[in-house]
Design a protein around this ligand. Structure first.
Ligand code: SAH
Length: 560
């Protein structure tokens, strides 16, 4: 029984929702809270307290005995945002309870015990069918025992803490195998079954053909991703029903598309009937891959169905993830999810340090130093092409003076690419300074390592003439000290000496500093590579110590 205790009206509402969701499993304890907690602790296997953790700690502390037999206690805050596993995480099942409560109430489960907090994904939560001794292998992973990964099919899996050798094994295969005692088998959806059928072909015939073909080729039906056929057969009842019974989608292609696919066994019959010399083989091969079962016909006489089986290579996944300017709470939830989803992380060592604690155990980290951009880009793409789930990280937004463009210049269309935007240094600095980017603005990098100075100067001049707010990235380093003064001088030809200039160093990092000065007063010597410099346009003003660029000139005219 799960004892429920609340003290406030909001707590009672959440309590009642939980009680309604779990009929017969909960008991509400009313009355004075201390008495209610004591009674529930004595009578129930688990408690959910809609109370502050501090209050619950004080109330249960004197009652605690043995972690194997004490009830598990979960606290839910007044706002219903968190379900905290407070005591009895494992023995009392509080970790599981926190997750379950979180699910019912839409609260974030908060679990702080080692193995759970390490964020090991359950083998049954990877989104792939899994067979074999899942419980034993999951337990081995949690206990830190050596578990070997044997991937016969490359597939972009999330990180798993696996070893080269181990008493336990996770096998990734589409083949029919008898899992061993200490083995779990993950079934990647690698197989595409192309099917063709004459009008009125019975579902039983189609299904028997497909299942027979898979069985004889030693392939598992659990790895079938889809049935594929020609558009004209999209509504053929036998095919539709076979797909339904296999639990896979039916995907169809136009006859022209199929006619373009090179197949080993073309024939005239389908050409006459639907306009392509092959349906089964062509539909299976349309997305590329290896033909494992060439076209075969059903056993019925006359045969009304054909099928062919192809193994498609697992498509690797490259996530290009912006980490934001530095502060953890400026890293987006989506970026965090992608970091935890990748089994290979590629990045500059100092950025890896910024997020290392978020990575799941088993993540392979490929870090390198400054200057190795091209190599990082190549490595990330190469890993994705091997079928891995890769995250390539950059500070701020990874598409801004960062890794996205070198990586995508290398990438081909055989991998999936996902971009996760980040808060750029210019945006972070803008928020610190006030509202300098309220109207048109550009970023210009003053690094002439990759760009000739003539090009940079031309762009600075254009921005100056067009009266656009400019944020300078890479403004000044030890070896590059004349570029910033030169760029400021160009802007000064078109803007007043009193034009506001914001200088922000280490935006959102521990040693953040910022100052507001003017075009005339800025001392370039105070600027370094950790800094961005934002120069206002002719309308930008300092208002109450903040840098403000009006949204439009009309506003400026109307505002005294
Ligand atoms: N992708 C990054 C830019 C990388 S280029 C982004 O979107 O922001 C590196 C330059 O960015 C540095 O030389 C500096 O000018 C600027 N920069 C990056 N992070 C910064 C921060 N937290 N504070 C100030 N400037 C920063």
């Amino acid at each position: 029984m799960i004892g429920l205790i609340s003290a406030t009206a909001a707590g009672a509402v959440a309590r009642d929702r939980l009680a309604a969701a779990w009929p017969g499993r909960t008991r509400v304890y009313e009355g004075p809270v201390p008495d209610a907690v004591r009674a529930a602790f004595a009578e129930c296997g688990q408690l959910v307290c809609f109370l502050a953790t501090g209050a619950v700690v004080r109330l249960v502390a004197p009652l605690l005995g043995d972690k194997a037999s004490d009830p598990g206690v979960v606290c839910v805050d007044e706002g219903g945002r968190f379900a905290v596993s407070l005591v009895g995480g494992h023995g009392g099942g509080a970790n599981e309870l926190a997750r379950a409560v979180g699910e019912v109430l839409g609260a974030e489960p908060v679990v702080t015990t080692a193995t759970d907090a390490a964020g090991l994904p359950g083998l049954d939560t990877l989104g792939l069918p899994v067979e074999g001794n899942v419980a034993a292998v999951s337990r081995a992973l949690l206990d830190g025992e050596a578990v070997a990964l044997r991937a016969e099919v490359a597939w972009p899996l999330p990180p798993l803490p696996v070893a080269d050798e181990g008493a336990y094994t996770i096998r990734v295969t589409d083949r029919l195998v008898e899992p061993g005692e200490r083995e779990a088998v993950l079934r990647p959806p690698a197989l595409v079954v192309g099917v063709g059928a004459s009008k009125g072909a019975p579902a039983d015939e189609v299904l028997a053909l497909v299942e027979g073909a898979l069985r004889e080729a030693g392939l598992s039906a659990a790895s079938v991703a889809e049935l594929a056929t020609v558009d004209a057969k999209a509504g053929e009842p036998g095919i539709v029903e076979a797909a339904r019974r296999l639990g896979v989608p039916l995907v169809t292609y136009s006859a022209e598309e199929l006619a373009r696919v090179d197949v080993p066994n073309p024939s005239d019959a389908p050409l006459a009937a639907v306009g392509t010399p092959s349906v089964a083989e062509a539909a299976a091969l349309v997305g590329g891959g290896e033909l494992l079962v060439p076209k075969r016909k059903s056993a019925a006489r006359p045969a009304m169905a054909t099928c062919a089986v192809v193994r498609r290579p697992g498509r690797g996944r490259l996530a290009v993830v912006g980490l934001g300017p530095g502060a953890r709470d400026l890293l987006t939830p989506r970026a965090r999810d992608e970091l935890r989803r990748a089994s290979v992380l590629v990045g500059l060592d100092q950025y890896v340090d910024q997020i290392r604690d978020l990575l799941r155990p088993g993540t392979r980290v490929l870090e390198s130093g400054l200057g190795a951009e091209e190599e990082r880009a190549r490595t990330a793409v190469a890993e994705a092409r091997r079928g891995q789930a890769v995250a390539l990280i950059g500070s701020g937004d990874a598409g801004v003076y960062a890794m996205a463009s070198p990586a995508l210049a290398e990438a081909s269309d055989d991998i999936d690419v996902v971009g996760v935007p980040g808060v750029t240094a210019a945006l972070a600095a803008g928020a610190i300074l006030g509202a300098p980017l309220g109207h048109d603005h550009v970023s210009i990098s003053l690094s002439d390592l990759h760009t000739p100075w003539e090009v940079i100067e031309r762009r600075v001049r254009a921005a100056a003439e067009a009266d656009i707010v400019v944020t300078f990235y890479n403004p000044r380093s030890r070896g590059r000290d004349w570029q910033l003064p030169k760029a400021l001088a160009i802007l000064a030809e078109h803007r007043e000496p009193a034009t506001p200039v914001g200088v922000v160093r280490n935006a959102s990092r521990a040693d953040e500093s910022s100052r507001l000065t003017t075009l005339a007063a800025l001392d370039p010597a105070t600027v370094d590579m950790m800094t961005v410099v934002t120069v206002g346009n002719t309308a930008t003003r300092e208002i109450a110590g903040r840098m403000v660029t009006p949204r439009g000139y009309r506003w400026q005219e109307e505002t005294p």
